[in-house]
Write a protein that binds this ligand. Structure first.
Ligand code: S3P
Length: 182
């Protein structure tokens, strides 16, 4: 079976795209690209600073631009930011350029994982401060509800919630090998 040459990982913030991505790339002998880090390098500033200084729309434009730029290369696993495929054109682009995998996790599990990590995520801030507790859970549930219909259009959906990293990587490998493509 042929594994596609570009594997895109999508899913909500905190779902493990940047952790699973490098391990999956290792198993495949592919390179790993984290799109947020690529954007930061291209701009010379953090995602947080881009949101604060230029706003979300500007960040989305950069994200769309860099997604296209990194996708020229082959044999790559690319971790997308959690909002990237909520633009229809990005969703279709990733599916046309390779395979899109959705790392699915329950809102409850996401909330547990994001409680200590909301600070670096502007989408989980209010009035410049990271949300926590009930307000964080509410924001996660609302954003996930808006985004789920995009995520669910991925080529492969993996429930990663209770799995160890190694088992999630194996599950991804198996799903990729069972889906032929370029
Ligand atoms: C975002 C997710 C972040 C980052 C930015 C916006 C989102 O990436 O791209 O803060 O809209 O979900 P992670 O999913 O890697 O946290």
């Amino acid at each position: 079976m042929t594994v596609p040459t570009r594997i895109y990982l999508t899913g909500f913030m905190g779902s493990g795209k940047s952790t699973l991505g490098p391990r999956l790339a290792d198993r495949l002998g592919y390179d790993f690209v984290d799109l947020d880090r690529d954007i930061e390098r291209a701009v010379g500033g953090t995602v947080q600073a881009i949101f604060a200084n230029r706003g979300e729309e500007a960040f989305r434009r950069l994200e769309t631009e860099r997604l296209r730029a990194v996708s020229h290369a082959d044999r790559m696993v690319i971790a997308l930011g959690g909002g990237a495929v909520t633009r229809e054109d990005n969703l279709h682009f990733t599916k046309a350029q390779g395979r899109l995998i959705y790392l699915r996790m329950t809102p409850r599990h996401l909330a547990d994982r994001l409680e200590k990590r909301a600070a670096s995520r502007p989408m989980l801030h209010e009035e410049g401060r990271p949300l926590s507790g009930a307000s964080l859970r509410k924001r996660i549930a609302a954003l996930l509800a808006q985004r789920e219909s995009f995520y669910e259009q991925a080529d492969i959906v993996l429930d990663v919630g209770k799995r160890s990293l190694e088992s999630a990587v194996s599950m991804a490998m198996e799903a990729l090998e069972n889906k032929s493509g370029t």
